[in-house]
Design a protein around this ligand. Structure first.
Ligand SMILES: Cc1ncc(COP(=O)(O)O)c(C=O)c1O
Length: 378
């Protein structure tokens, strides 16, 4: 059944159960054939109404903060993994109560908290994030291996004498990469840290693996993980965020006004900066259903957001027919890294959260209002 776009209250993110389940089937195959354990990175996808479907397949969720850890523990209800660039004295005891795996970003953090870990009833498994010394990420904003990066211990700073109590190593050096890149990162990791792997129970290969993208080489991923596990006798974790939410639904918006300044400009009831921040931060050009590059179709518009930020512009697009006030525009693939990053800048309301079930029902699972804006300001 096709989603009736005109029935969607705008603006709304619409998570499609069927495409999410399609992604989960790919993860299921990877886990069965490679032996990897896959966990959901909440930083990219935290739409927890969908957790009951996701936990049928994925082993758990990974958090980067106390709040994400609570969400993993309370709503995902399988393994709770936590990695933070730095844990605070105030929050660490709370994390200790709910975490199954804790990954430290430095040996100084591990030394600071290891006695608390040893004395805790839950006894989480601990790991150290290392810098594998190699990545192929083109955008420095997303590259944890750039010169002087604060993310992960370098080989020069690695402290073998402090490994007592450490059962895993973690690296995250991918961002939308394919599995040939993983193969090269693993090679660099083994060259630098291979001597420590026999002391470990697990190695976490981080996130950034675009496993559910159409051109991702899943067979190679399976080969890389399987042969690593066989070579070293350890468990392997993968923790994708984006690949879980990849192409699982759009952001639906409406045209509120059309103005002119040298060209036609449509003002939408959504915002690049508040509702799809990566279009400005990454930056990238989102795909709009039925639209093309400017000038390709007869009617070209600049699409602008609701906030007073001059650069709150999504881009220039062309359409078959002239846009009219009230028309719906469908921004494709807007579930991952949008909802988790959106803001109420300018007091602009947050888009509703909807689910389009595989039975063809549109459920509005969350609407936002004035209180959400008020309560985060004092
Ligand atoms: C440590 C860590 N794990 C997992 C992820 C998830 O990455 P992605 O959503 O690209 O799969 C990230 C993203 O920044 C990360 O920093």
């Amino acid at each position: 059944m096709k989603l009736d776009i005109n029935a969607v209250p705008t603006p709304s993110y619409v998570l499609e159960e069927e495409t999410l389940r399609r992604n989960l089937a790919i993860f299921d195959r990877v886990q069965r054939e490679s032996g990897a354990k896959i966990i959901l990175a909440l930083k990219g996808f935290a739409f927890w109404s969908a957790f009951p479907w996701i936990r049928e397949t994925l082993h758990g969720a990974t958090a980067s903060s106390l709040h994400e850890a609570r969400l993993a523990y309370e709503e995902f209800k399988r393994e709770t993994h936590v990695y933070s660039v730095a844990f605070s004295d105030a929050e660490f005891p709370e994390i200790l109560k709910i975490a199954d795996h804790i990954v430290f970003n430095s040996f100084s953090q591990w030394r600071r908290f290891r006695d608390q870990v040893k004395g805790s009833p839950r006894k989480p498994q601990c790991g150290i994030r290392i810098n594998p010394g190699y990545s192929e990420i083109k955008t420095p904003l997303y590259d944890p291996c750039y010169a002087n990066s604060r993310l992960g211990v370098t080989r020069a700073e690695f402290k073998p004498e402090d490994l007592d109590g450490i059962s895993g190593l973690h690296f995250h050096a991918h961002c939308g990469n394919n599995s040939d890149t993983l193969e090269r990162v693993v090679e660099s990791f083994e060259k630098l840290y291979g001597e420590f792997i026999p002391k470990m129970k697990w190695i976490n290969f981080g996130g950034g693996h675009h496993i559910t993208r159409a051109d991702y080489d899943v067979d190679r991923l399976i080969r890389v993980v399987k042969s690593f596990r066989e070579r070293h006798g350890v468990e392997v974790y993968l923790e994708p965020g984006e690949a879980v939410g990849w192409r699982t639904g759009p952001l639906v918006s409406s045209v509120l006004d059309i103005v002119r300044n040298g060209m036609d400009i449509a003002i939408l009831d959504t915002s690049a900066t508040a509702h799809m921040p990566d279009t400005l931060e990454m930056p990238y050009r989102p795909e709009i259903r039925g639209a093309a590059e400017p000038g390709v179709l007869p009617h070209t518009y600049r699409l602008g957001g609701l906030t007073c930020l001059a650069g709150d512009v999504i881009g220039d697009y062309s359409f078959e027919k002239p846009l009219e006030i009230g028309d719906r525009l469908v921004f494709e693939d807007m579930i991952h890294y949008t909802i988790v990053k959106n803001t109420t800048f300018n007091g602009v309301n947050l888009p509703s959260l909807c689910i389009w079930t595989k039975e063809g029902e549109l459920k509005v699972v969350r609407k936002f209002g004035y209180e959400d804006y008020r309560d985060r300001n004092s």
